[in-house]
Write a protein that binds this ligand. Structure first.
Ligand code: ADP
Length: 374
């Protein structure tokens, strides 16, 4: 059992650098929680307060119902993995992993058992006699995780554990962390600036900005219903297209009118606007690049744009286009949907017509940038 609860947690560095404020979160037993946000938003500070590596300026942190604000890190029953691995260079992999157990004077047989069991799960058994310098980045990262695993901790804290690895290895380790999570029964709190890591690893994601939580939700919730424009643009890549436009209501039906096109808000989104009694007016409309499609000149729902860049990604094209008044949009087109002739015409300077359906639209208040439907 390990629940973690943060209540009104605040961190002030020095006199007036407020790094984290109003932080309230209930983390369930065995939940995998990810703190994500741009650099400097307060993710690491929050994690370090949970770990006991940073004083808590205000509020409380509880682990399993016990307030731990004044407990030393070693008394909190947590294990932490850092991005720089922090391995001892003069010790073998085995001794690196055994280090905390030796400090606790755990009997030799048990040390052996716990280290070899963790090494087995992580696939590093054959490296146990090596020194860290004789390992690749990914192997060192596994040792750092193994060192945390042997401690039988209630909570596993990870601070950007994959950020020092190259892109391919990062993808591989991400999958390994998902497998690891299934094998070790514990609560995870994971910090990253990478929205892909957050989306793929988290049961729930905590999106932060300037020291404040913006939204807490499952990957599906934050993707489908971002609470504000910041979350909408942060989650998903390439980022969501947004444009100032009007939302109008005619005979009980809603339409948006970006760049002279007229597109009906169909499906659930239309119903939600009706239920919320939204009157219309100037809004910020958001549409993800993968939700935009190619259309034709005679379609009243089409927006004419000029291609500026065509990025061939293999399974899809990322078309960077510019609308007549200079607004830039990105459109993702699966290559499998294109005829050869059509593909050849998607070059710099050519005009294309893009559109999108009502059900994929996101509506934000033009001033507060809050989602009108959340
Ligand atoms: P993140 O992990 O999201 O990149 P941090 O938690 O490291 O962000 O930092 C949050 C804010 O606190 C930043 O503005 C950062 O400059 C500031 N900060 C972090 N550590 C210290 C420190 N030891 N002293 C003063 N300010 C700090």
């Amino acid at each position: 059992m390990a629940t973690v609860k943060l209540t009104n947690v605040k961190k002030i560095y020095g006199k007036d650098t407020v790094a984290v404020q109003d932080f309230n979160l209930d983390i369930a037993d065995k939940e995998f929680i990810v703190f994500v946000g741009p650099s400097g938003c307060g993710k690491s500070t929050t994690l370090r307060m949970i770990a006991g590596l940073e004083d808590i300026s205000d509020g409380t942190v509880e682990i399993d119902g016990v307030v731990v604000n004044d407990l030393q890190p070693r008394d909190r029953n947590i294990a932490m993995v850092f991005q720089n691995y922090a391995l001892y260079p003069h010790l073998t992999v085995f001794e690196n992993m055994a280090f905390s157990l030796r400090l606790k004077k755990v009997p030799q047989d048990e040390v052996y058992e716990r280290v070899t069991a963790a090494a087995e799960i992580l696939g590093i058994t054959e490296y146990l006699t090596r020194k860290p310098r004789a390992l690749s980045g990914g192997q060192r990262q596994r040792v750092a995780i193994g060192r945390a695993m042997v401690r039988d901790s209630k909570v596993f804290l990870m601070d950007e554990p994959l950020s020092n690895l190259d892109a391919k290895l990062r993808n591989q380790m991400r999958a390994e962390i998902i497998l690891l999570r299934q094998k070790i029964d514990t609560t995870f709190i994971y910090v990253t600036h990478d929205q892909t890591e957050a989306m793929t690893l988290g049961d729930r994601i905590v999106i932060m900005k300037d020291g404040f939580i913006q939204q807490v939700g499952t990957p599906t919730e934050v993707f489908d219903m971002p609470i504000n424009l910041f979350v909408a643009e942060f989650i998903g890549a390439p980022k969501m297209n947004t444009f100032k436009t009007n939302l109008i209501c005619e005979d009980g039906k809603y339409y948006v009118t970006p760049y002279g096109a007229k597109i009906e808000v169909t499906g659930k989104k239309g119903e939600m606007l009706r239920e919320a009694g939204i009157k219309g007016g100037e809004i910020l409309l958001g549409v993800r690049p993968e939700h935009m499609t190619l259309s034709t000149k005679d379609d009243p729902a089409a927006i004419p744009c000029k291609i500026t860049v065509n990025e061939m990604m293999g399974s899809e094209l990322h078309l960077h286009v510019v609308e007549d008044n200079g607004d830039k949009l990105i459109v993702r087109i699966p290559t499998v949907t294109l005829e050869d002739d059509q593909r050849k015409s998607l070059v710099f300077g050519n005009t294309i017509y893009v559109t999108f359906e009502g059900k994929v639209m996101h509506f934000f208040d033009a001033e507060t940038e809050k989602n009108l439907l959340v």
